[in-house]
Design a protein around this ligand. Structure first.
Ligand SMILES: [Zn+2]
Length: 311
């Protein structure tokens, strides 16, 4: 009888301990990691870098893919419905993401970070100042999720690191662009995607397709006007956004007499296999080197090393 009683006491104590630690008040390791979906633009790398291991971040649009015409797959829709937080760029960068509905919080990060955007240009991240503002919106949203105090502190530390690196990227961009002879401080791209970049650094922007989305066609009557604008811009080259080079770009190259640059500029997000810092420095170096300036590759790599080390 005594033995049975002590067993009963012990099992009651175990149940009570289980209730205290495992059920009523779960320890951090037992709590589910909140699921977050990062949509378009540079949000995949930005959100993963800020989150570290604090949340489970799923990315929708693969690097190098075109967000303007991306259609959600069934797997994307599953990830979205299983998530607590969905982060999208906003300003209609990807139209199919603006119509999401479900049991999650949906934040248009770019719209919250850069509310003053009269033309509603979605390509905000070409200015590191905008990317920094987006990082703050993402970090604030992640802080609202059920993560423990230690994770919240680590998130704050990563946010400060990310902001510092983006500030240095801004300074670095300005230094590289200052090496371009003034006449050639111009970026001729395929679609209207680089105004935040050119405005920030005192460059001119000529877009062959006068549209924020890709894939527009050029009317024959526009060809002469664009060719004249390209010639007048004093650019040395035209910057392609994908290979193979589009027919429109080849036509404008022929009619303006300007060659097509050998390297791509990445207009719509991160380049395949590259972080947002590598993509940004690659874009800047492509433009600077082709326009007669001199890009400091070693300092670009140091920025990237700092980005990779954020943890
Ligand atoms: Zn675009």
């Amino acid at each position: 009888m005594g033995v049975c009683y002590s067993r009963l006491l012990r099992s009651t104590a175990l149940i009570a301990a289980g209730l205290a630690t495992g059920l009523a008040n779960p320890s951090p390791s037992q709590a589910a990691t909140p699921a977050v979906v990062a949509g378009d633009g540079v949000l995949c790398d930005l959100t993963r870098t800020l989150s570290g291991g604090a949340t489970d971040v799923r990315c929708l649009i693969p690097p190098g893919a075109d967000p303007h015409h991306f259609q959600l797959t069934p797997a994307n829709r599953r990830d979205i419905s299983n998530s607590e937080l969905v982060l999208i760029n906003g300003y209609n960068l990807n139209p199919s993401l603006s119509r999401l509905d479900g049991n999650f919080e949906l934040i248009a990060v770019g719209e919250r970070a850069v509310p003053n955007n009269p033309n509603k240009d979605p390509h905000l991240w070409h200015s590191p100042a905008n990317t920094g503002a987006m990082a703050n919106v993402v970090a604030d949203a992640l802080q609202q999720l059920p993560i423990n105090a230690e994770s919240k502190q680590a998130l704050k530390r990563r946010q400060q690191n990310v902001i510092a690196i983006l500030k240095d990227l801004d300074t670095w961009n300005r230094q590289q662009i200052s090496t371009i002879p003034a006449d050639h401080r111009v970026l001729v791209s395929e679609h209207l995607a680089f105004e935040f970049f050119t405005d920030r650094y005192g460059m001119r922007h000529v877009a062959m397709i006068d549209d924020y989305a890709t894939g527009g066609t050029l009317r024959p009557s526009s060809l002469r006007a664009i060719s004249n604008a390209v010639k007048a811009s004093k650019t040395k080259v035209l910057f392609p956004e994908q290979f193979p080079v589009s027919k429109t770009m080849k036509r404008i190259s022929r009619s303006s007499g300007k060659p097509i640059a050998k390297n791509l500029v990445f207009a719509d997000g991160t380049a395949p296999g590259k972080s947002l810092i590598e993509t940004a420095t690659s874009n800047t170096c492509t433009v600077v080197n082709a326009q007669g300036g001199s890009c400091n590759q070693a300092s670009a790599e140091r920025l990237q090393q700092r980005w990779s080390a954020v943890q």
